[in-house]
Design a protein around this ligand. Sequence first.
Ligand code: FE
Length: 201
Amino acid sequence: MSEPKPLPFSAPLQGISEKTIAIHHDKLYVGYVNKKNEIAEKLKTLSHGGDVSTANQTYSELRALKTDETFAINGVYLHEGYFDLLGGDGKPSGVLLDALTEKYGSLDNFLNYFNACGMAARGWVVLAWDTREQTLRIFTADAHNQGGVWGALPVIILDVYEHAYFIDYGSDRKAYIADYWKNFNWAKANELFSKAVGCRL
Ligand code: FE
């Protein structure tokens, strides 16, 4: 059973209201944690001698649980990664800044591309470390369990679902993404990146 993690920051954010964060964290994120636990409980029964004889690729209880298991787990992990990187001062620094500059030519190039990916996605844009090819990649996802690649470790995670910004920005996702970077915690992103680059598959 996993427990919801508390918000890792307390100060109000720039642009993104406390109301948005409260709904996003306390209702939506906590809802994913609860469903993750509910699914895990049911799968535990099935994986410990339960009746799996009806397993079927068109529809079966096992199929529904296995599909929604990845949706719920990624819903939890992606949101935790998103909240973890908010509450910072937005000043770019450190080894991640160096790596982005090297990979994309400049921080501005990276930001232009990453932000555009955020406009092109329906759910998430993620900068991840590919542990096989030892390189940074940007993925877009239209659902929690779609769009990523196995063996890649998320470093920067941005939620671009409408619930993340509509109360504060209406349909102006661009303004929300711009404010995301004003609240970005580069120190934490550098910690994550430093751990990720040590991983090789
Ligand atoms: Fe969300």
